[in-house]
Design a protein around this ligand. Structure first.
Ligand code: ZN
Length: 234
């Protein structure tokens, strides 16, 4: 059966999933992480995962004891079926349906399914993801209804009572920075600035107040705007 004190966090090494990891470490006695390789054009985010996990130890001594195994799942097959700026050399823009070309249809549905398969094996009741409807990039499978529908489908299909948590669903980027500060103080905020990666272009040569990135792609713009609003006390 499932352990109610155990959580599995969808962890990419970016700002959102790092904040979700801190949230889970604050709440659950045992926390494992899962990440996916799916033919991302830029693997920078994935290379941030191990240093971010290690840096978590320095934020809070309890978190060190709670943070368990990391699992990396190869879903490179996604690159074979999806035409996206995340996996191919396509310009990042809006398509005819108003969705960014970074959209990989159904990606988060696949991620949640594999996370539940792993959680089943590891006996974890709680699955935590950084899906968000605020500052919405338009991905329909990040919507609250999609996640709730997946919870129902997974619980019926696997005969388990998983709980899918999305602590960022209704908060904007500024509030995500504020949540990190509440959970781990300035230490965690500083660690997220210096260690996590969000930039779509994989740019890590320039450090801004809000972290590394090109500063102009949609992911950098969101992260920077949120940080400035958070720093201004918003
Ligand atoms: Zn960028």
């Amino acid at each position: 059966m499932l352990d109610d004190g155990k959580a599995l966090v969808l962890f990419s090494g970016g700002q959102d999933s790092t904040t979700c990891l801190a949230w889970a470490l604050d709440k659950f006695g045992s926390v494992e992480t899962i990440g996916f390789v799916y033919g991302q054009r830029h693997a920078v985010e994935m290379t941030c995962r191990a240093p971010v996990r290690e840096a978590m130890w320095g934020v809070n001594a309890d978190w060190r004891a709670r943070l368990g195994a990391d699992h990396v799942i190869d879903l490179s097959v996604l690159g074979a079926v999806a035409e996206s700026a995340l996996t191919q050399d396509i310009e990042i823009a809006m398509n005819a349906e108003g969705l960014p070309t970074t959209f990989v249809p159904g990606r988060n549905l696949v991620f949640l399914t594999f996370a539940a398969m792993l959680a089943y094996r590891r006996g974890a009741r709680h699955i935590v993801g950084g899906m968000c409807e605020t500052d919405f990039s338009g991905y329909p499978d990040c919507r609250d209804d999609s996640v709730k529908a997946m919870q129902l489908a997974l619980n019926i299909g696997m005969a388990r009572q998983f709980v899918l948590h999305t602590p960022l669903m209704w908060i904007d980027k500024a509030a995500t920075w504020a949540l990190a500060k509440n959970l781990g103080g300035d230490k965690l905020v500083e660690m997220i600035v210096s260690e996590t990666h969000t930039c779509y272009h994989g740019e890590r040569s320039t450090r801004h107040a809000w972290g590394y990135g090109c500063g102009t792609c949609p992911a950098c713009e969101l992260r920077a705007q949120g940080f400035h609003k958070f720093s201004a006390g918003g």
